[in-house]
Design a protein around this ligand. Sequence first.
Ligand code: HPA
Length: 251
Amino acid sequence: MDSHPTGIVLGSGLGLLAEAVEVHREVAFADAGLPVSTVPGHAGRFVFGTLGGAAVVLMLGRVHLYEGHSPQQVTAGVRWLAAQGVRNLILTNAAGSLNPHFAPGSWMLLADHLNLTAASPLSGGVFTDLSAAYDPRWHAALRAAAAAQGMPLHEGVYAGLRGPQYETPAEIRMLRTLGADAVGMSTVLETIQARALGLRVAAFSCLTNWAAGIAPAALDHHEVLAVGQQSADALLRLLSGSGGLAAPDEL
Ligand code: HPA
């Protein structure tokens, strides 16, 4: 077994990816010393196995600041994955779209982020360079693999907020002014922790809805889960297809 599996953190509604993995071993969050998420759609376990022939370890069910967990707890999974030998980490999340060209149901690579949680997992610690937090060469390879498959894949800026309430239309207008294309309640602290540990990070938002005020519909967690489940297939095809999980060390 590859001693450096690719880590993949699965966000809301995206757990279906686990069904395509040839499972070698599972570890419950509790057995890894991690807090268990209370949010529907977030099971708490790691799955070691292979996907499209590549060694992977999935993290199913992250924990969030909005559940009352600390920045340290929210990023414990990333430290655990690094301790298992993970060097390349894929983060996924469900997010609202602020960009009129990025329709719900499509995927967006995170070119960069805005950490608007007012929190850091590194408090008391290390100055960490985030000038290329999301690996540009790995992203280029993922874009090429998506293009080869005919999969639409946007790229843009993700704003990470604490939640759990969805945003107001005024907050969404503010975020657009700040340059955000998508908004969600996870990922940014995990990226910061991963970069501090020297991991390579690629990240995907599943755009599950128009952000507040962009479309007339009210936001609903069940809709977020349902669109995530419908879109999970496209990401699965990308990652399990040729080039999808090519080791970025070799790019
Ligand atoms: N806002 C914040 N988080 C989200 C959204 C949203 O519109 N959709 C999915 N997660």
